[in-house]
Design a protein around this ligand. Structure first.
Ligand code: ATP
Length: 267
């Protein structure tokens, strides 16, 4: 699975990448008549590890859904790799781990390997039988997330943190170049959380995967991502984390409407 991602254009990290992977141009969106996002303008570039933070109900998940084409903007445009989403034939290049993916019924009748194999559907079609290459990719993705030993266990019998790794493997099985994750560390203990971020850093640095992640935990996120969007109906900040940190108190108090103390976890 790495071969396709590990293309020379991904390897040369010093080369200036001019085309954003994701671009939102003046995007507004309402559920029925309730406006959730207004005039969102942002670009996400190859190799970005991009965090999205904001209060509850501020439109973070909706922002990801716009990038995925699960909802369509009322105004403005969403582009992936320079093409409007409506014309995009490359959705298979995007991996998605939705919110609460880990709230799994313990009796769900599927093994870890079967769940990860469903991540191949975008590549080989719904009814095609898995071939040896599919099986190799599934095994490789489980290995990558440290879950190879659990391949034949039932998904419902795993802990939240283990299930989370399986769903990341499922997304990776589609060989994405862009990985979108919605609150992936909710309900995961701090040790698993740290391992999760190590895995994301590995995928981002070593495989050149572009990662966009919604999170509540400002302290951890700002230690790990390189770019950040602060959203609450509109964008309050969008850009380098280093520049965010210089103005963090002011940005966060505008974003949350109160003074916010950021807790940093040191491991
Ligand atoms: N399918 C839907 N239909 C109607 N309203 C919705 C729908 N999905 C979300 N909303 C509303 O839109 C607003 C933004 O929701 P969204 O899930 O994008 O926020 P969020 O920042 O991800 O929230 P949280 O941090 O609580 O997960 C919320 O007020 C929510 O209640």
């Amino acid at each position: 699975m790495i071969k396709r991602i590990d293309h020379p254009r991904w390897r040369d990290r010093n080369k200036i990448q001019t085309e954003p992977v994701v671009e939102l141009r003046g995007v507004s969106f309402a559920y029925d008549d309730r406006t959730v996002l207004t005039d969102i303008q942002l670009e996400i570039y190859p190799h970005d590890f991009y965090g999205i933070i904001g209060p509850n109900g501020s439109g973070k998940s909706t922002l990801l859904k716009l990038m995925l084409g699960l909802v369509t903007p009322d105004a403005g445009e969403v582009l992936l790799w320079g093409k409007p989403l409506t014309e995009n034939t490359n959705r298979a290049r995007v991996g998605y781990v939705p919110q609460k993916a880990t709230a799994f019924n313990a009796s769900f009748p599927a093994t870890v390997a079967e769940v990860v194999a469903t991540g191949r559907i975008g590549r080989r079609g719904l009814f095609a039988r898995p071939n040896p290459q599919d099986r190799e990719i599934v095994a490789d993705c489980l290995e990558r997330v440290g879950m190879a030993d659990f391949a034949h266990r039932h998904i419902g019998q795993l802990s939240g943190g283990q299930q989370q790794r399986v769903f990341i493997a499922q997304a990776l099985a589609g060989e994405p170049e862009l990985l979108l994750l919605d609150e992936p560390t909710v309900g995961v203990d701090s040790e698993q959380q740290s391992l999760f971020y190590d895995l994301m850093t590995h995928l981002n640095h070593d495989l050149g995967l572009t990662i966009v992640m919604v999170s509540h935990d400002i302290g951890v996120v700002t230690e790990r991502v390189n770019k950040l969007a602060c959203v609450n109906g509109r964008l309050f900040y969008h850009g380098e984390v280093s520049l965010f940190k210089d103005r963090q108190t002011e940005i966060l108090s505008r974003l949350y409407g109160q003074v916010v103390e950021v807790v940093y976890h040191h491991h």
